[in-house]
Design a protein around this ligand. Sequence first.
Ligand code: NAD
Length: 316
Amino acid sequence: MKFKNSKVVIVGAGNVGSTTAYSIINQGLCEEIVLIDVNKEKAYGEALDMQHAIHFMNRNITIHAGDYEECKDADIVIITASAPMPKDSNNRLEMLKPSIQIMKSIVSSVMVSGFSGIFIVVSNPVDIMTYLVWKFSGLPAKQVIGSGTALDTARLCCSLASMYDLDSKSVHTFILGEHGDSEMVAWSSSTIGGKSLTDVMSDNADRTKNETKETLLEQTKAAGWEIFSRKGNTCYGIAASTTAIVKSILFNENRILPVSVLVEGLYGIDRVYLSVPTILNSSGAKETVEIRLLPEEKEELIQSAKVLSSFYEELK
Ligand code: NAD
């Protein structure tokens, strides 16, 4: 008897796609990775480079450049493809048009192959792109997930951990809503070592210094630009967070991560893709977790949902 090989296809072999592939092979998460890119030479070169790296790794993964028919038996298709944004427009829908067209053509090619697995969308603006992939694919919403605020949450955990000289994994907090300007933090449920973050901040005033919840959130939002403005892209953090999503799905972990999912009814938000803590397993987004938010936090999240749903109106 032969077991089915686990297979991940990555569409877009640029900075994010290639680094994600490298992160997955480093952790030995599947048997096969396929890289697809309009720039076939780039996909071929990245795959060949990684084939040689596998010699030094714990698991012999097959990695190669390929085409959309390869999606047929894939467990996961990760989309990191993106078009350069037009610079001469201040109309947000105009700005998005090339990305929408790319998403439409990618999803249609993937679906023609007979794909019935799970999409993980990383391309920005990730919440809108994930919504479009859900619409274009016709797959159940639980099989279409955006990388969402998993990375933003990690960034906030890292800032807090460095302030108090802790392992960032000992900080428990969630950034919810849009991966972008309107995102918010579920501060009232944030804890460090079982102690409320509010208490930690006031009991450790010498370390907290002038930092406030507002400055911490602003730094988190600015982190992507801090990196981008220096090196021209961001890749390691997003690759690692996407890899964590892949692992939760392939290993049926039931891990809870803040990812972009279709929120229906939660907090009075209806049919909007945004980030909430979500149980991830082999079925995809198995279930969302309803954190008890303060009324003002709930309002912030609803406002973030409105920012996103206003796009849907324009897309019609
Ligand atoms: P990049 O320009 O390095 O790579 C994009 C790749 O997509 C290129 O190789 C390009 O050839 C390919 N491509 C374009 N059109 C395609 C198509 N129709 N089919 C297949 N491939 C196609 O960009 P990057 O730095 O890798 O970023 C990729 C995306 O990830 C961007 O949208 C970026 O904003 C996003 N991103 C998201 C997060 C997040 O937290 N969600 C973080 C970082 C980057």
